[in-house]
Write a protein that binds this ligand. Structure first.
Ligand SMILES: [Zn+2]
Ligand SMILES: [Zn+2]
Length: 263
């Protein structure tokens, strides 16, 4: 059984916590260490249990506090070689990762303290962006956030998961009719932008299996989506597939409930 909590999800900051009771790790550090500590404490989770960090990409909402966090707590930071190169130049992390840099091989099962971590590249407009397929405590988890289109690789790794965390960033009509400037709308909708609810449904349709237990929608836009719109779109897809998977939207600015992942 694995404990999972989303400490923040969206352009305001991303940070996810996972633990099997022996090893614990974060994916992305887009919010401050003090907030992480406080939010974990509210769930009776010991901050010191965090063993390492995984990074998805070099956008500020994912690495805003990574540099300060690493400087202060000296947790090993695992990322691909390309991404570490970007982190060594980024103002959030430059000069702050000394002694904590650990490299991951893409499309390869990397063993980190007994956790099997496979990063795979996804299309997005950062230096490099990866999704993760993770096996921890016997549970298979795939995390795909900040991805412009549902690629075959993303579908392949998503279809291996008992528990899938996938972006549902925007509702097309809300984005098109919304307040964003045209160039930003185009960026979000591009092949290297974010997933619309429809694209998330497409990924789900191609990857859900009878063994999928949990589906979490993450990185919802505050302006261009609502939890209701994302939920009902994906719920309809699950119903059409006769899937029993439980579906939830992760809150943007608040801590989610503490989830117990088991298959
Ligand atoms: Zn993001
Ligand atoms: Zn991004």
């Amino acid at each position: 059984m694995v404990r999972f909590v989303s400490l923040s999800s969206g352009s305001n900051g991303n940070c996810y916590y996972f633990s099997d009771g022996t090893v614990a790790f974060l994916i992305d550090v887009g919010i401050g260490a003090r907030t992480i500590k406080k939010r974990l404490a509210e769930l009776n989770i010991d901050f010191d249990s965090i063993s390492f960090i995984l990074v998805t990409h070099d956008h500020v909402d994912h690495i805003k506090s990574l540099g300060l966090f690493t400087e202060r707590f000296h947790k090993p930071v695992y990322a691909t070689r390309t991404l570490h190169g970007a982190l060594s130049r980024h103002f959030c992390t430059r000069g702050k990762m000394t002694g904590c840099v650990r490299y991951l091989d893409e499309n390869f099962e990397n063993d980190i303290m007994g956790v099997c971590v496979t990063p795979f590249e996804v299309p997005h407009d950062a230096t490099q962006t990866v999704g993760y397929h993770i096996v921890i405590g016997g549970e298979k988890i795939t995390v795909v956030t900040d991805i412009g289109s549902p690629t075959d690789a993303a579908v392949r790794y998503a279809s291996m998961a008992d528990h899938l965390i996938v972006e549902a960033n925007y509702d097309v009509d809300m984005l098109v009719g919304g307040p964003y400037p045209m160039n930003l709308k185009m960026r979000i909708m591009s092949e290297n932008g974010h997933l619309s609810n429809e694209q998330t449904c497409s990924l789900v349709r191609r990857s859900i299996s009878p063994t999928t237990r949990n589906l979490f929608l993450c990185h919802l836009s505050a302006h261009n989506n609502t939890p209701q719109a994302a939920f009902s779109a994906v719920k309809e897809t699950l119903e059409n597939l006769h899937s029993q998977a439980s579906l939830r939207c992760l809150p943007r600015t608040q801590t989610s409930e503490l989830f117990f992942l088991e298959h």
